[in-house]
Design a protein around this ligand. Structure first.
Ligand SMILES: Cc1ncc(COP(=O)(O)O)c(C=O)c1O
Length: 421
């Protein structure tokens, strides 16, 4: 069922006893600035279930279903990490991935019980917090073994503290080199309180399929990774759960799925940009997704601007005709990318209308001349869906040379998230 932006906002405001500015007789303390991110938990659950089904094709006849580690770092790609993790746990997610201890603790505080992997690991001194909150550390340097082992020993108890090992297979970012596996195994042998329960790597270019060095990189990373896994096994170390695949690899490289996959972008409804671009259509057919977030704001002011007058900072927009300019209560301080100024559009009353002038921290101007009914109070969709119309974040991201996750993560703290079914 499609609910209009207005229906969702009204339900929200009525539920919390709030009303739109200007509709009540006496001022209320709970009236708020009209900018919000609508997060569809129905779409999120749909995406999760589609991914789980996709990576567990019946013809594979696995004994146990392949696991899903839902990436909820970066505040759940801007959707609200704890809330998203809670909904995904209910939907059956096996694991969660966050970047740091603080994000992990926030997910735990929301009541999530499934394992939480701390992808960017810990810095010295932080390891006790990690152990206390039952968060699974990633080790990406051999020296971290001793630190985590000491914290695990201080915690006491018979059960060893689990951790995952990250292998740098060619991204040259985080992880131990495949050639350091022997050294790692030797040091692990001295750790009485730790247990390796998983091993993984991260692909640098799994979305690239060109006949170039970058197009070959995923294959090479895989080979290096499995080489390291085999060496570890030969040294008598059980690597535990093996995982590699991010969104692009999940959709297009079934040979990388291993024991568990780690979807990020696709959970939130967006396929990554493929190279060549034509692959997107095929990917969308294979795994249809629903965008989860719609970022919206209302027109709070409207003015008639004569032809030739400048609009906004530095007068970078000068209309050629008499124009009606609406002012939205959202700017780059809310997460509207500043480079959309004079370039992007918003959805208003089912139509695309241009963003004009430089985007300010708190407001954005739109040219509504071609939408004669537009009025103060109208909700505009900056990206997402509105009824059957859509202005997708991946399209917006591409138009300004960035990636969808950049736009989604940019939605700032002062923007309330409204969770709808
Ligand atoms: C280790 C790791 N795994 C998985 C992901 C998910 O990536 P994507 O959003 O491409 O699915 C990320 C995101 O950067 C990551 O850092």
């Amino acid at each position: 069922m499609w609910l209009s932006a207005d229906a969702v906002w009204m339900a929200y405001t009525i539920f919390f006893g709030r009303h739109m500015a200007g509709t009540q007789k006496s001022p209320r303390k709970d009236v708020r600035r009209p900018v919000w991110a609508e997060v569809s938990l129905g779409a999120l659950t749909h995406n999760f279930q589609s991914i789980r089904k996709y990576v567990n094709p019946p013809e594979e006849k696995r004994k146990t279903p392949r696991k899903i580690l839902s990436i909820v770092k970066g505040n759940g790609y801007g959707h609200g990490g704890p809330e998203v993790a809670k909904a995904l746990e209910k939907a059956g997610s096996d694991w969660f991935g966050v970047t740091c201890t603080d994000e992990g603790i926030a997910v735990r505080k929301a009541g999530v019980r499934k394992p939480v992997l701390i992808l960017t690991s810990f810095v010295p001194g932080e390891e006790m917090r990690l152990v206390e909150h039952d968060l699974t550390a990633v080790l990406h340097r051999c020296e971290q073994l001793a630190l985590l082992d000491r914290a695990a020993g201080r915690r006491g108890g018979k059960k060893r503290v689990p951790f995952h090992l990250k292998i740098d297979t060619g991204m040259n970012r985080l992880g131990i080199a495949a050639s350091d596996v022997e050294c790692f195994a030797r040091q692990l042998g001295k750790c009485k309180h730790l247990e390796l329960t998983g091993i993984f790597s991260h692909f640098a270019s799994s979305e690239v399929f060109t006949n170039t060095a970058v197009g070959q990189q995923t294959r090479e990373q895989e080979e290096r990774f499995y080489g390291a896994v085999e060496r570890l096994r030969a040294l008598g170390v059980d690597p535990g759960i093996i995982h590699l695949a991010n969104s692009a690899a999940i959709v297009t490289r079934p040979e990388t799925w291993a024991d568990m996959v780690r979807p990020g972008a696709i959970l939130y409804g967006y396929h990554p940009g493929y190279d060549p671009m034509e692959m997107r259509e095929e990917a969308e057919k294979r795994l249809p997704l629903k965008p989860v977030m719609s970022l919206r704001s209302r027109i709070i002011s409207m003015r008639n601007v004569p032809a030739g007058a400048g609009v906004g900072y530095n007068a970078t927009f000068v209309p050629k005709r008499p124009s009606r300019i609406g002012v939205l209560a959202a700017g780059y301080g809310d997460g509207i990318h500043r480079s959309l100024g004079n370039r992007g559009n918003v959805l208003l009353r089912g139509k695309l209308v241009p963003i004009v002038g430089i985007i300010s921290m708190d407001v954005t101007m739109i040219d509504v001349t071609d939408v004669p009914d537009a009025e103060i109070g109208d909700a505009a969709t900056i990206y997402g869906t509105d009824g059957t119309a859509s202005l997708l974040a991946n399209f917006v991201a591409r138009s300004i040379g960035t990636v969808t996750s950049d736009l989604l993560c940019a939605v700032s703290q002062r923007v309330p998230r409204l969770y709808v079914l």
